[in-house]
Design a protein around this ligand. Structure first.
Ligand code: CP3
Length: 323
């Protein structure tokens, strides 16, 4: 959950040394350094590969840029006719620097630190690809999915192929667990959420498990609400990352018996620090601690304004609780 990033001065320094954000993702030496920075400082149990979910549309041939202050910008795929712009032909060659980063990290990390690879889920990738960036209402991508499910399904199928094979390559390169981010699935009503979120994600999990049965797979269907229980029951994943709005008492009953819950501290509590942070962290630890194994995490990424000292305090609180 955005372990590295703009809240760390050492990240900002590396970021300032390259032109574009994608250059950082595609330069193994720098991507390794940025992945290791939070681990050196805070000693988390897991290190998440430094990259971005949008390297996948880039590798499929879509133009992707990260512009200062306005997030990602993509040349939108507006219709079925434009699907021809995407192709798997050079996909893995373009992603070779990411695989190289994973190989170097597998060497560099201490044995007790789990290396986590990741990818975006098909729906969330499709959302950025069709909207051309972030969106308020997702009218373009939902509009296509509702009005022409057959052709939209072809985009989703391509993204299932791309995502599954990308994750398998990361595992072959040394990733010890993988997380699939469906950050925007929460904008869909139930039938569409199942069709474009749960089902394609389940297929990605199936393919990853077929290639590497023992590698843990963690899902993050942000905003899935009560359907988190269905993800736990139906997807064959090992872990389920909960967003901040999921009540932990509910998740301890509906998720934890089937799937290891991960979460879900409000990133704002981390930014604020003090008693609000300690209270919230202890509430989560206390509830999941009674139910079985769990992974402590945030409900979403670390905010750029977060003081690194708050992250240090949280890490030592959790490490103390564990022991
Ligand atoms: O430790 C880590 O940070 C791991 C690497 C990581 C990044 N992005 C780096 C990043 C991971 C796991 C992601 C996932 C990601 N990227 C998601 C899914 C998780 C989520 O946040 O919901 C999504 C939706 C994206 C797409 C994306 N990337 C957006 C919308 C933005 C711009 C918004 C922002 O916060 O600036 C990015 C840029 C990005 N990806 C940054 C980082 C550290 C900030 C870029 C910078 O340094 O200028």
């Amino acid at each position: 959950m955005r372990q590295a990033g703009r809240y760390l001065p050492e990240y900002r320094e590396v970021r300032a040394s390259v032109d574009g954000f994608l250059d950082l993702c595609f330069t193994p030496e720098l991507a390794v350094e940025v992945t290791l920075q939070p681990i050196r400082r805070f000693g988390m149990d897991g290190a998440i590969l430094f990259s971005d979910i949008l390297v996948v549309p880039h590798a499929l041939g879509q133009a992707v840029a990260f512009e200062e202050g306005c997030g990602p910008v993509l040349e939108p795929i507006g219709s079925a006719a434009e699907l021809g712009r995407l192709s798997m032909t050079e996909f893995h060659d373009r992603l070779a620097p990411v695989y190289e980063t994973v190989r170097r990290l597998a060497e560099a990390l201490p044995a007790e630190t789990t290396l986590i690879g990741f990818a975006g889920a098909p729906w969330t990738l499709a959302a950025y690809m069709v909207e051309g960036g972030s969106s308020r209402d997702f009218a373009a991508v939902k509009g296509w999915a509702y009005s022409n499910p057959e052709s939209f399904g072809r985009l989703i199928d391509l993204l299932v192929d791309a995502t599954a094979s990308y994750l398998v390559r990361q595992i072959e390169a040394g990733a010890e667990a993988v997380q699939i981010f469906d950050s925007w699935i929460g904008v869909l009503p139930e039938p569409a959420l199942r069709r474009w979120g749960l089902e394609p994600t389940r297929e990605v999990v199936r393919r990853v498990k077929a290639a590497s049965p023992r590698t843990p797979v963690i899902l993050f269907p942000r905003g899935a609400g009560v359907l988190y229980a269905d993800y736990a029951a139906e997807c064959g994943a090992d872990g389920l990352s909960l967003d901040t709005t999921v009540p932990v008492g509910w998740a301890a009953e509906a998720v934890q018996p089937r799937c290891v819950p991960q979460g879900n501290l409000d990133p704002v509590a981390l930014a604020v620090g003090g008693p609000a942070l300690r209270q919230e962290a202890e509430r989560i630890l206390g509830t999941f601690g009674r139910g079985g194994p769990f992974v402590f995490n945030l409900g979403h990424g670390v905010l750029p304004q977060t003081p690194p000292e708050h992250v240090a305090e949280l890490a030592s609180l959790i490490q103390g609780w564990k022991s």
